[in-house]
Unconditional design. Structure first.
Lengths: 251, 251
DNA sequence: GTTTGTGAAATGATTCACAGCG
DNA sequence: CGCTGTGAATCATTTCACAAAC
C-alpha cells in the first residue's frame, strides 16, 4: 500500500470547528427554503428545528462566524444565506470533474444538487474508450488519457471518484498530480494522498453496516423486554475456543 | 414542518462508542482484503495503516469489543473478521428495499457492495407506474401502492430512500408505519422520525460544500504565503452595512 | 524483543444556563 | 420581554505512554 497521509486531521481553519463546518450546509439548505418562501427572519429555535439540530448548537455554530443575529428578534434570512455561502466558498464557481461514468457516475452527473450551489460539472471522464464522446447528462464523456489536460484547462481543483475500487488510487494519484486538491471518493477504498489534499469519502456499504449494527441492537433489546437493560449478549470476552464460533476460526 | 425527533442521539449500545462503530466497517474491509490474500495475522500498526487510522485508535476501538489480539504477535485475521462481522450484525441476512428508482436508485440497486456483506436488495419501489414491472439490476420494480405489503412480506427493517426531496418525508412515514426502523436517506431533506428509528443520511451536495470550504481556505492561505498564518480574511465581524456585501442584504 | 490493552491526559464537541442587548 | 451570544460544565473522542503478556 502506498505511503502518505489520508484524511488530514482537519484544517484548523481560522478556528471554525470541523463539526460546525459540516453543519453549515444543513443550515444553508434550511435557510434557502425559508428564503424561497420569503420568510424575512427566523429564530434559532425555528431554524434549528428545520435543520434537525438543537438551538444551542446552532447558536454556538453561528457564534464562530460572527454576530449575525439580533437579540429579541432572530436572524435575517437573506443575510445569513449570504454569510454562510461566503464562508463555505459558494460565492465562487467550482468546476468539478467526475471520473468513472458507470451507474453511479452517471447518477452524479445528473444530480441537480451539484449545479444548484456553485458547483459545475466541468467534465466527465471514463476509462472505457466505448464511452468516449457519448453524452451523459448533456456532457460528452472524455477518455482518461486526457485527464491531465482536462484538469488544467478547466482549472479544476475538486475531483469526484466514482470508479471501481481497484482503479481509485491510480485515478486519485493522477488527479492530485494534475493539481486537484480536494477529492470526493465514492470508491470503497482508503485513498492515500499527500499533505494538503483533502479527501472525503461516501461509502454506501459502510452506512448500511452502521445501520445494521443499531438494528441488531434493537432486536436484542426488544427480545429482552426492557430497552436499555444491560443484558448478556452472546459474545466471547476472551479468545476461548469454544462457544458459538462457526467455521471461520483462529489457529 | 413535522414534529418528532431526527437522528436519535446515538444508541448507547452496550457501551461501544458511536465513533468506534463507524470505523468497524473500515477495519472489516481492510481485514477482508488481508483474508483474501491469505494473510494469517496482522499487527495493529499494519491494519491501522490499511484502514487509514492510527494504531492507538484502532487498539482502543478493538478493546471495546474484547481482547482479540495476542501480545507480541498481533491479531488473527480470520478471527477478527468474524468477530467484527458479528458485532456489526452481518452474520445475519438484512433484506433492504430501495425506494425511488431514478438514476441514483438504479445505481444503488446495481451496487455490488450491498450484496457482499449480508445485505440483500429485497425489492425496488417507485411511484412511476411506467416503471412497474421493468427490471433494474435483475429485480422488477414495484409500485409504491404496494409498499406496505412488500415490507411486511419480506420482513424488511432497513429502507433506502433515493426519491426526490419532496417525496422523501412521505415515503419515510410510510416505511416507518410499515415497520422499517432504519433508514438510509439520499434525499437532500431532514427526515423526521419517531424515537427508535435510526436515520443516516448521505448528501452529495453537503460533502462538496465541505470540500469547497477547505479548498477556499487553502487558496487564502496560499495567497498569504505562510500556511497557518492567521491572516485577515475579508469578513465582517458585525452587521455593519458597508463592506463587500452584494445585492442580498439584511433590512 | 514485540505488540497488545488500557488507565490517564489532552483535546474536541455538546449542552447548560444566563447575562446582556434590542 | 424575547432571543442571541457565550462562558462554564459536561460529555465524547483521541492520543499518550507504558505495564503486562507472549
Amino acid at each position: 500500500m502506498a505511503t502518505g497521509r489520508t484524511h488530514r486531521p482537519a484544517t484548523r481553519s481560522r478556528g471554525i470547528p470541523e463539526a460546525t463546518v459540516a453543519r453549515l450546509p444543513l443550515y444553508l439548505r434550511a435557510l434557502t427554503a425559508l428564503s424561497e418562501r420569503s420568510v424575512p427572519t427566523v429564530s434559532s429555535e425555528e431554524l434549528a428545528a428545520a435543520a434537525g439540530v438543537n438551538s444551542a448548537k446552532l447558536r454556538k455554530d453561528f457564534s464562530y462566524l460572527g454576530s449575525y443575529g439580533t437579540r429579541g428578534v432572530g436572524y435575517d434570512v437573506e443575510y445569513l444565506v449570504y454569510q454562510i455561502s461566503r464562508e463555505l466558498g459558494l460565492t465562487q464557481d467550482w468546476p468539478v470533474v467526475i471520473v468513472g461514468i458507470g451507474n453511479l457516475g452517471a447518477a452524479l452527473a445528473n444530480y441537480g444538487g451539484f449545479a444548484s450551489r456553485g458547483f459545475r460539472v466541468a467534465a466527465l471522464i471514463d476509462a472505457d474508450p466505448a464511452m468516449a464522446g457519448k453524452p451523459v447528462a448533456g456532457i460528452p464523456v472524455q477518455h482518461t488519457d486526457d485527464l491531465e489536460s482536462i484538469i488544467a484547462e478547466n482549472g479544476v481543483s475538486i475531483g469526484v471518484i466514482a470508479t471501481p475500487a481497484g482503479a481509485a488510487q491510480q485515478v486519485c494519484d493522477r488527479l492530485v498530480a494534475a493539481g486537484v486538491t480536494s477529492i470526493l471518493n465514492f470508491a470503497p477504498t482508503v485513498l492515500s494522498v499527500p499533505d494538503g489534499v483533502d479527501v472525503r469519502k461516501v461509502d454506501l456499504s459502510i452506512e448500511l453496516q452502521i445501520l445494521a449494527f443499531h438494528e441488531q441492537r434493537k432486536a436484542v433489546e426488544e427480545a429482552a423486554g426492557e430497552p436499555g437493560t444491560v443484558l448478556q449478549v452472546p459474545k466471547e470476552t476472551g479468545k476461548g475456543p469454544d462457544g458459538d464460533v462457526p467455521a471461520v476460526m483462529p489457529a
